[in-house]
Design a protein around this ligand. Sequence first.
Ligand SMILES: Nc1ncnc2c1ncn2[C@@H]1O[C@H](COP(=O)(O)OP(=O)(O)O)[C@@H](O)[C@H]1O
Ligand SMILES: O=C(O)C1=C[C@@H](OP(=O)(O)O)[C@@H](O)[C@H](O)C1
Ligand SMILES: [Mg+2]
Length: 158
Amino acid sequence: MGSGKTTVGEGLGKALGVQVIDTDQWIEQIENETIKELFQTKGERYFREKETEALVKIQQYPLIVTTGGGIVLKEENRELMRNKGAVVFLDCKIDEIFDRVAGDSTRPLLQNKSKAEIKKMYDDRKTAYLEAATIVFDTSGKSVMQIVQELKEILLKK
Ligand SMILES: Nc1ncnc2c1ncn2[C@@H]1O[C@H](COP(=O)(O)OP(=O)(O)O)[C@@H](O)[C@H]1O
Ligand SMILES: O=C(O)C1=C[C@@H](OP(=O)(O)O)[C@@H](O)[C@H](O)C1
Ligand SMILES: [Mg+2]
């Protein structure tokens, strides 16, 4: 949450001329509810099932898929992602993440969370991020444009 997946994915799509699908937006469309509403009406477990469904059903090539930050929590999802192609973990220092998402009301798991609680969530998930990823990219201190340019070069070399 807040590492820039959705924003960088959109930029990368434009830079590479490749379509982009964000799993959160895909789920919002098929459920006709925002992520925040979906968490309230059907709960996190249901949302996590939809994330797996998105990874199974989104079948296009070439394509950039951006995901929610919790998608890596299921081993099934990590495997689905790795089997599709390059998986980029956009890493970021917690202070920057906190500044970016402070005051955001659209992310249900971040509501009323302190920086220490967000750091704990990041620490608890880090192993899963590293396990899912084939490319680790530290975005700390970099602009979106800079990240897009650097990632474009990395991906084109692959
Ligand atoms: N490198 C960056 N520098 C500054 N702000 C950024 C950067 N990347 C993303 N943001 C901002 O941080 C917020 C969260 O970005 P978003 O793309 O929604 O992240 P994610 O999809 O990983 O949760 C947005 O307001 C976005 O504009
Ligand atoms: O990390 C998470 O568990 C979540 C991250 C969100 O997406 P972003 O990572 O794009 O904010 C969204 O999928 C949902 O609120 C849950
Ligand atoms: Mg996002």
